[in-house]
Each structure stands twice: as C-alpha cells, then as structure tokens.
Ligand binder design. Structure first.
Ligand SMILES: Cc1cc2nc3c(=O)[nH]c(=O)nc-3n(C[C@H](O)[C@H](O)[C@H](O)COP(=O)(O)OP(=O)(O)OC[C@H]3O[C@@H](n4cnc5c(N)ncnc54)[C@H](O)[C@@H]3O)c2cc1C
Length: 463
C-alpha cells in the first residue's frame, strides 16, 4: 500500500499573519524517517538530474530512513553549502520533486522538507571542524556574498585556495539576508549559521566594500594581487512600469520595501526604521518577490492585494508561497494590468487604475501573453503600491572594469563555465542569468569554482 506524503506542521494562518516567525515548523525525527521510507530508491533517479547542484538525493534519504542523520548531512554537504536555505526556498515542485516517480500517480517524496530536516539536525548536533587540504598559495577574490559567491567560495576553499569575499552591504548573504523575509527564512538560525559554516572553511568576508567604488576589479587583480576574481553581484536593480503616477509618494520597489523590513529590521519594534504601509497595499507582480512583499505588508498591518496581468496558471512564484499567501487572506487580482497610479492632491497614492486582461498566444517566454479587454477599466483603492516586476544587474561593475561585456539586459556575458570576456574574471548567478533562483546561483558558483581551479592550476588536469 502506498503511504501518503507525511504532512508538515505549520503555524495557523490567522496566527502567523500577525507575526514574523517561521511559518513552517519542518519535520521532527519521527516524521522525517516516515517520509524517507516512501522513497523508492530509483536506479536512475530523476530527482538528481533535476537538482542544479546534483545532490545525491536517494543516498541521503536512505540514511534518513536508517536514522543516520549525520551521514545524511555529510552526503548533502558534498554538493551543497546551503542545505538549510535550499530545503526552505528551492522550487522543489519544478526541480527534484517534479521528477519523483511517486509524483506521477500520487504525491512525490517531500525531498525539500527532508533536506531541511537533515540540515537543521546537523546545525543542532554537529560541530566538527571541516578537514581542509594544505593551502596552495593562490588567492581568489569573490564579489558579493549571495548564494553564487558563497558556493564558489566554499568549493575553492575546499581545494586549498585563499578566498576573500567582498560584500557591499553591512551583512553577508545577499538576497537571503535582505530579500527573503524572516517568516520564510530565519536569519540567525539559518542564514547566519550557514554563512558561519562557509567561514569555517577559511573563507574571509569583508563587508561595506563596494567593488567599482571602494576598489575596482582591476585593482583586485593588479595591486591587491588576487590571481582570479569571481563576480556574484546579483541583480539588485528594480524595474518599474513607466506608467503615470509612479512618482507619487507611496510607490516603492519590492527591493526597497523588503530591504527595510528584513536587513534594516523594520518589523521589530526596537528598530526605528521608516517603512510605510498605510491601510491598503497593492503589490504588482506574481513572483516570489511579490508574494514576500505582500505577506510582509500583511504582517505590518495592511490589507493586501496582489495584481498580476496573467492568470494563476502562469504565476511564477513557488506554489507553496501562493498557497500560504491565499491562506493568510491576501486578495488576488488575476488577469489585471495597472495602467496608472492615481494620487491625492497632496501627492500620495489613492488608487491603482487597472484594465482586465485575457490571454492570447504564447510570447517569447513561452507563456500566453496578456491582452487588454477594451472598456474594462476599474480602480483598486490603495495607499501604497509595491512594484515587484523583476530586477536587472547594477551596471557599476561592468562600467568600472576593463574588458567586461554585458548583454542588452545588462547581464554580464560569460561562457558556460562562467568565464567573462576578461581573462581571469569569472561570473555567475543572477548577474549573468538575470533574476533566477538560489540553487541556480549556487550551481553557477560551483561551476565557476571548477573553472577557476582549471585556470589557476592547469597542471591538475594535465596529470
Ligand atoms: C524577495 C526575493 C525572494 C526570493 N525568493 C526565492 C525563493 O523562494 N527561492 C529561490 O530559489 N529564489 C528566490 N529568489 C531569488 C534568489 O534569491 C536569487 O536568485 C539569488 O539570491 C541570486 O543569488 P546571487 O548570489 O546571484 O545574488 P544575490 O543574492 O543578489 O547576492 C549578490 C550580493 O552581491 C552584493 N553586491 C552587489 N554589487 C556589489 C558590489 N559592487 N560590490 C560588492 N558586493 C556587491 C550584494 O549586496 C549581494 O549581497 C528571491 C529573490 C528575492 C529578491
């Protein structure tokens, strides 16, 4: 008889919508072992091929089933430096779990929840210092401490390189620290703990250094004597709609809103960080960023709606986030496109003028394109509009580095190993792909670590 997927415990929607504590409690040992027993241990596991960092999923699940969580953690650690993060935020439904054979006729194994369980268990129970190879005398500089930079740094440190990360903000972690909210990804318990593990590998992190201002890439290579550079500076530049009224007071980018809430801790009473939600907030967009901004605004006391121009089928956010947002009472205006932000005579937002849409033929993204329905105009009353329409890379690094090229989207040009148009300079993550996912950024960081090793130690491949 097939066992059903083991349910995971969560805070009740009406309770969690008023606090910033983690929504999902994760599995306990008994639940994890029960869920692990559902894995069929496929000979050709599709889950592994769909994982951008190729975690040996059946192997770690088998150890969970036996109750050997320490070995399970070691297996995951071979391929991932951020398992507690990925277990919480990866879009498993389209990656590992999407290829689980059990999912064809029923429910896939809860691979993400098992990964999270193992990582949390290891954080609480394992404190062994990692064994490292002797230093090889070569130095690599990493720009940015998000998932791409951290993954690249970890792999290089494990190969014996001296690695230093330069981070523009005052805290490392990239989007994990300033973007994804506490109720989805606890900062101290998860993000800071996993960054500490990277530091235990010997990686040093210098914060408050903006590469392109404080130091340039050319200086890192010339006067600072680094042998190679990896750029993992992300895509932090927000996009706007360019519609009338966007300059009114009360229109903000999701990036700014979430940075104030997360990194600057605006949600804690003891912090005096300015943030405004008014009574009603409309969030424009349908990705993870839109869900995070909406659920943060809800917890700060506003009535919140999401405005998205396609239908629910096309929502790019993780399914779990959409489900949680609905449970918490967020209103979804689907097939709705804002055309103007309307203001009061004092210059503050008062409403969003929108058109209803229908779906036409697929566009370049493969999704059916939205077409406006004539005469369908209506207004959504709101005090604040949060734009969550995607981001692109900041041009600062490209503009201050000789020989670096970017494409028409502002992303750095790099080959499939991450080598840019400047010898010795590699790049990966959102700065190359445009806004994507944590695990893809980590995968790119790992690929570049291998390429940097081949570039700096060619004798290894010759032997
Ligand atoms: C709100 C939000 C929610 C998300 N939710 C999910 C999710 O649920 N699941 C998922 O998989 N993905 C999610 N993503 C996407 C994911 O977080 C990103 O794809 C990922 O973080 C990209 O990693 P990165 O290392 O390339 O860049 P980032 O995480 O952006 O890190 C780049 C780092 O570089 C630093 N930097 C930039 N310029 C410089 C400079 N000149 N000098 C020095 N440092 C610099 C930045 O300060 C930052 O710390 C979300 C993104 C956001 C914004």
């Amino acid at each position: 008889m097939k066992l059903p997927r083991t349910p995971v415990r969560e805070q009740a929607p009406q309770v969690r919508s008023t606090n910033f504590e983690e929504v999902c409690y994760g599995y306990n040992q008994q639940e994890a072992v029960l869920e692990a027993a559902r894995c069929l241990q496929c000979k050709k596991p599709g889950c592994v091929t769909q994982c951008p960092v190729s975690i040996q999923i059946p192997q770690f699940i088998e150890e969970v089933k036996k109750g050997d969580f320490a070995t399970a953690a070691q297996i995951i650690a071979q391929d991932s430096s951020l398992p507690a993060v990925c277990g919480r935020v990866c879009p498993q439904e389209t990656q590992c779990e999407g290829k689980c054979i059990l999912g064809v006729k029923g429910e896939s194994v809860a691979i993400g929840k098992l990964e999270r369980f193992v990582a949390d268990w290891a954080a609480a129970n394992v404190n062994a210092a990692p064994s490292l190879p002797p230093a090889n005398g070569k130095r690599v500089a990493i720009v940015g401490s998000g998932p791409a930079g951290l993954a690249c740094a970890s792999d290089l440190a494990k190969m014996g390189y001296e690695v230093k990360i330069f981070e523009a903000l005052h805290k490392p972690g990239g989007v994990l620290e300033y973007g994804i909210p506490e109720f989805r990804l606890p900062k101290q318990k998860v993000v800071e703990h996993e960054i500490d593990n990277v530091k235990k590998l010997g990686v040093s992190i210098e914060t408050n250094v903006v590469i392109g201002r404080t130091l340039t890439i050319d200086q890192l290579l010339d006067s600072e004597k680094f042998d190679a550079v990896f750029i993992g500076s992300g895509a932090g530049l927000p996009k706007f709609m360019n519609i009338a009224g966007e300059n009114l007071n009360g229109v903000v980018s999701a990036n700014e809103f979430l940075t104030r809430a997360n990194l600057m801790k605006a949600y804690l009473a003891e912090y005096d960080t300015p943030i405004y939600v008014g009574k009603k907030v409309a969030v424009v967009g349908g990705g993870n960023v839109a869900m995070d901004a909406a659920r943060t605004a809800l917890r700060l006391g506003a009535e919140v709606s999401i405005v998205y121009r396609r239908s629910e089928n096309e929502l790019p956010a993780r399914r779990e986030e959409v489900h949680h947002a609905k449970e918490e009472g967020i209103t979804f205006y689907m097939l709705t496109n804002p055309v103007e932000v309307l203001g009061t005579d004092k210059g503050w937002v008062r409403a969003l003028r929108c058109l209803r849409m229908e779906l036409g033929e697929p566009d370049a993204s493969g999704r059916r394109s939205p077409i406006a329905i004539a005469g369908s105009e209506f207004e959504i009353d709101t005090d604040v509009v949060i734009m969550a329409l995607g981001t692109s890379p900041n041009p600062l690094i490209k503009d201050t580095t000789k020989g670096l090229e970017s494409n028409r989207y502002g992303c750095l040009v790099a080959d499939n190993q991450g080598l840019t148009t400047r010898p010795g300079v590699f790049a990966g993550g959102d700065v190359v792909s445009g806004a994507a996912t944590v695990i893809l950024a980590m995968g790119a960081g790992r690929t570049s670590a291998k390429a940097i090793d081949q570039y700096l130690s060619p004798e290894k491949s010759a032997n």
